[in-house]
Design a protein around this ligand. Structure first.
Ligand code: ADP
Length: 154
C-alpha cells in the first residue's frame, strides 16, 4: 500500500521553512501532498493560484510531491486522497499547544489518521509567513525566506 501524507497549511506564502519540512519527511513516504486549505471566512494575501504555482516550482524535480487545495476538514481531505498521515512543523511552544489540540481532536474524529511533527532546523525556525507578508506589504526584500522561483509578486 502506498504511504501517502498530507502537509496542510495556508502557505501564504510557502517558505524555506515549509520546504525543508517536506524534504525531511520525504524519505518516509511514497507521496506527499502539499494541500492548501482554503477558508471561505479568511482572505489570503497571495492568490491561491500563485501559491500553488510557487510550491510546484519549488518541487518541479520531485515527482512524489503533489500540490493541491481543499476546503473543509483536513481529515475528510485525507480520507478522500487515501492519506494516513498529516505532517506539521513545531516552531514554538505556542505552535505545540495549538497543534496538540488539533491533532488530538483529529485523532478522536479519525482514528485511522496519525499526525506527525518535526522540529525545524534552528536557522529556519524563525521564518514565518505572517512576517513575510509584512515585509512584502512594506516594500522589503523577503526573497531569502522563500524557495527559489517564488517572486512574491501579487
Ligand atoms: P497554518 O496551517 O497554521 O496556516 P502555515 O501555512 O504557516 O500554517 O504552516 C503550515 C505548517 O508548517 C504548520 O505546521 C507550521 O507550524 C509549519 N511551519 C510554518 N513555518 C515553519 C518553519 N519556518 N519551520 C517549520 N515549520 C513551519
Amino acid at each position: 500500500m502506498e504511504r501517502i501524507a498530507v502537509f496542510p497549511g495556508s502557505f501564504d506564502p510557502f517558505t524555506t521553512g515549509h520546504e525543508s519540512i517536506v524534504k525531511r519527511f520525504l524519505p518516509l513516504f511514497d507521496k506527499i501532498i502539499i494541500a492548501i486549505g482554503v477558508n471561505s471566512h479568511k482572505n489570503s494575501f497571495f492568490p491561491l493560484e500563485k501559491r500553488k504555482e510557487w510550491i510546484r516550482s519549488a518541487f518541479q524535480n520531485y515527482p512524489h510531491i503533489i500540490v493541491d487545495d481543499f476546503t473543509g476538514l483536513t481529515i475528510d481531505y485525507c480520507h478522500k486522497v487515501g492519506a494516513k498521515y498529516i505532517l506539521r512543523g513545531l516552531r514554538t511552544t505556542t505552535d505545540l499547544e495549538f497543534e496538540k489540540a488539533i491533532a488530538q481532536m483529529n485523532k478522536s474524529m479519525a482514528d485511522d489518521i496519525e499526525t506527525l511533527f518535526i522540529l525545524p532546523t534552528p536557522e529556519l525556525s524563525a521564518i514565518n509567513s505572517t512576517i513575510i507578508r509584512d515585509i512584502v506589504r512594506n516594500g522589503g526584500d523577503a526573497s531569502r525566506f522563500v524557495p527559489e522561483g517564488t517572486d512574491l509578486k501579487l
